[in-house]
Design a binder for this molecule. Sequence first.
Ligand code: UDX
Ligand code: ADP
Length: 467
Amino acid sequence: MQKIKNICCIGAGYVGGPTMAVIAQKCPEINVTVVDINEKRIAAWNDENVENIPIYEPGLSDVVKESRGRNLFFSTDVDAAIKNAEMIFISVNTPTKTYGVGKGMAADLKWIELCARQIARVSITDKIVVEKSTLPVRTAEALKSILENTGNGVKFQILSNPEFLAEGTAVEDLMDPDRVLIGGDIDTEEGRTAIQTLVDVYAHWVNKENILTTNVWSSELSKLTANAFLAQRVSSINAMSELCEKTGADVNEVARAIGMDSRIGSKFLKSSVGFGGSCFQKDILNLVYIAKRFGLQEVADYWEQVIIMNDHQKRRFAMNIVESLFNTVSGKKIALLGWAFKKDTNDTRESAAIYVADYLLNEHAEVVVYDPKVKPEQIYADLDYLGTRTEEENRALLTVVNEPYKACKEAHAVAILTEWDEFKAYDWQHIYDAMLKPAFVFDGRNILDINDLKRIGFVAHGIGMTQ
Ligand code: UDX
Ligand code: ADP
């Protein structure tokens, strides 16, 4: 059995960074090198002050502090790290394609392919290559083909090891995972050995019963399926939220009532302004694309509806603000609290806030944003990426402030878009006093007590309850 001494991880992002930090902490005898072509990102991972690492995750800086420089390294020298390692994780980004065939649906595998070609070019010893990024089913096959046809005659084993960590709880999820899934070539001796080698890495801290091994295709599809099921729960409860608003039911009560049914379970039933994040939409679109490619129209339509419902929820939230403010928000100051796609992360990919802001800007609102962890340049980059208006227009119409009370001062309305805990602790009386009247609150996360707000004098709207 091959003993792993050196691991290389390509991609120092939200997945690669935390995952490797935990592996390094739990496996002190393995050297873990995380590489990235983004020099700024690597410099930030190496910043003397560990609080400046580029990814905000509760507990992550402590884990990095413990291992960095001991057996955890961050570098831009991709070739050297590949050459030295017996095991290479690929955790580069795989965004939805923005061009050509599969545009808006299929995952763009350009970065993965570049990695594969680089691994093939520089490897002079046998390697185990682990797909960590979320990839469409059958990517391993493409990887294998590139590695075997362009390599230097060295042997590659390809494993699929999907990540199930959720941002904001990444460290916890990595330390104590519900399961670790490893897919590989179970039909050959070499494949089984490679699987076992990766099992041994995780077995440093994860119970063997929680490490599942499957064939590659099952592993790849399980990742997409898990995210599709989770996203579907959010869209399902969000669909009910609209009905609740019409009927006088309260979606929180409905969620609680159904969540106590042990067959349904209580998680992922929190109605919201809509799900975001780098995975849910991308993975479902991927699933839809794959189903269509196999001619499975009904399967494709079934899953696509989860996305359609989510888009509707984001638009509905914005339109409710416009309608409530007497059908116009033109020239009105609207404060958005939260820009991240969920609390405890500085990640904003596919955040509902981006779309809500875009709708409000289309209505000529004066939007002011406060988020405890997201930087102004990220907020502008997210808006610019939509391409709705020019960069100058976005900067003229939307302001980012670093203080919540400043954001709300003289605003017509406050909208909560991320469930940051600190929002609950604000002095809402103080906010009310400084706002224009009538003062509106739209709680897109149902984190505030609507009745308390009403007692202060706010016109307060939650999701999924009659106003
Ligand atoms: C998800 C999966 O949970 C994780 O296993 C996978 O590896 C990556 O994708 P992540 O996107 O980080 O993780 O966050 P998650 O907690 O799943 O939340 C996704 C979105 O759904 C967020 O915008 C969140 O606010 C929203 N959500 C979640 C709800 O609106 N209601 C809920 O009840 C739960
Ligand atoms: P994820 O959430 O999947 O981790 P991120 O975008 O946070 O996604 O991180 C992916 C990282 O992969 C980025 O920092 C990017 O610079 C890096 N990357 C992409 N392609 C390559 C490559 N060919 N070699 C090295 N790093 C790469």
